[in-house]
Write a protein that binds this ligand. Structure first.
Ligand SMILES: [Ca+2]
Ligand SMILES: [Ca+2]
Ligand SMILES: [Ca+2]
Length: 466
């Protein structure tokens, strides 16, 4: 539920962030190379002569002619004249049979919509002389532009679109094997390569993931930002819609002292022409453990069944309860998910401790336990029958004992009349027998009257046999 909530909040954050986002900056031209030949030479350039017919003659820095600043490069600056044996730079003229290159590698242009090269040249050439601009891709060369003599021209600008697959650029000056006149050849200055970058950086937040809960106040946000075109210029961050702050080209930032609850961090990376990418992440901080109370069984209670319905109440106000585990008598923890009850079965008679561990979404855990005793003995006063069976058996036993004692006369339990009656029946018979022997006691009994008439009742007599 809480996770759902944070996801929704995260989405809203992102949408609201986008709503306030200025329109992506317009695509802009990024200057990939600006070579005025006023700094270190040769720098990233390499120079040489592919035609050794008239010795090595190639490009070098000169201050004879320039188009801005003090220097330019001249195709014959380095080398010796085949005409008089003097250095070309002393003569001030090109040599015959030159095939001089001036080349440098190009950075990856794949991220640009288009790339343009612009350069200035100063030319004084005869038939057979040529200046060209070439592009290389994986070692293969393609001539993009070329101009041939005879030609004399002051500083002139050339603009060319170059393929995005270009990995090398090259100026090449070829001179005829012989010249009728002394000519200067070619100068180059102001080489500028610009890329049209219309693509915002590729930005993704690696950490945290939206919906994550942290059990600490320090959270590091990490992202990756890449731009195939002009490159990342800087990245800015803001926490909970606060102020933006610039972290340069860093790709992580550690926030500390975060309050409990939900937070958002927005990251925006800007490339060198102002294209902007922005991502947000919503996460939570929860450093408080949940609370839990075991409702059943009661602490110290006696349970008269081997099956016990364990019931509890668990709560976490910040990130929510994410897991409840239970263990019986220090056994293995059993993950129950998020529930409020669990049936413990097959509990043996005796004391038990059942522990409950409640964990919130940030990993904070709370443990509580309950001790109780199981008694399923049917005879036990604590047992399921509350001792009634035992008491009943005792009562029956006592009754049997009393009956026996009474019957054998050890206890005056039987009604006196019942006992007397039994005695009298015996006595009368004895007396009768005695009387039959003793004539003194032979009282005449009226004819027809039985001697048993003393009982008072009038009975039908029987004739005495005499
Ligand atoms: Ca210059
Ligand atoms: Ca870009
Ligand atoms: Ca919590």
């Amino acid at each position: 539920m809480k996770r759902m909530l944070i996801l929704i909040i995260g989405t809203l954050l992102l949408l609201s962030t986008l709503a306030f986002l200025p329109m992506p900056a317009r695509a802009g031209n990024f200057t990939i190379l600006d070579e005025q030949f006023e700094g270190a030479w040769p720098g990233t350039w390499s120079v040489g002569d592919d035609d050794l017919a008239a010795g090595m003659d190639y490009w070098g820095l000169t201050n004879v002619r320039e188009d801005g600043g003090s220097f330019s490069v001249w195709a014959a600056q380095v080398g010796t004249s085949s005409w008089n044996g003097q250095p070309n730079s002393v003569n001030g003229f090109q040599d015959d049979g030159m095939n001089a290159y001036l080349r440098r590698p190009m950075e990856d242009l794949a991220g640009y919509a288009s790339v343009t090269v612009r350069f200035e040249h100063w030319l004084e050439m005869a038939t057979g002389d040529a200046l060209s601009f070439r592009v290389g891709t994986g070692g293969s060369w393609f001539t993009l532009w070329s101009v041939q003599g005879p030609l004399s021209r002051d500083w002139t600008t050339v603009n060319l679109d170059i393929p995005l697959s270009t990995d090398m650029i090259e100026f090449r000056y070829v001179s005829a094997l012989s010249h009728a006149t002394l000519l200067e050849g070619a100068y180059i200055d102001g080489v500028r390569i610009t890329g049209d970058d219309e693509t915002p950086p590729m930005l993704s937040i690696m950490e945290p993931v939206t919906g994550a809960w942290y059990g600490r106040r320090a959270v590091t946000v990490a992202w990756s930002a890449d731009d195939l075109g002009s490159g990342i210029q800087y990245t800015e961050l803001r926490l909970d819609f606060g102020s933006w702050f610039n972290v340069g080209v860093a790709t992580s930032y550690a926030f500390g002292g975060l309050a409990e609850g939900l937070h958002s961090v927005t990251v925006r990376s800007v490339d060198r022409v102002g294209n902007l990418a922005m991502r947000s992440v919503a996460f939570g901080v929860d450093i408080s453990a949940p609370t839990a109370t075991i409702l059943n069984p009661a602490e110290g209670s006696i349970v008269t069944s081997s099956t016990v319905a364990l019931e509890w109440q668990a709560q976490d106000d910040v990130s929510g309860v994410s897991r409840v585990e239970v263990n019986t008598d220090s056994g293995a923890w059993i993950d129950l998910g998020v529930v409020n009850g669990h049936e413990l079965s097959d509990l043996r008679d005796g004391s038990h401790i059942v522990a409950l561990r409640v964990t919130d979404a940030a990993g904070n855990a709370y443990e509580t336990d309950v001790s109780f005793r199981v008694n399923t003995n049917p005879l036990s006063p604590d047992g399921p029958n509350k001792g009634l069976l035992l008491y009943g058996l005792i009562a029956v036993g006592l009754l049997i004992l009393l009956f026996a004692l009474g019957w054998f006369g050890r206890l005056p339990l039987w009604p006196a009349a019942l006992q007397r009656s039994a005695k009298e029946v015996k006595g009368t018979q004895a007396e009768r027998d005695e009387a039959a022997q003793d004539p003194q006691t032979q009282n005449p009994v009226p004819e027809g009257i039985d001697d048993e008439s003393e009982a008072g009742g009038t009975r039908r007599g029987r004739k005495k046999a005499s």
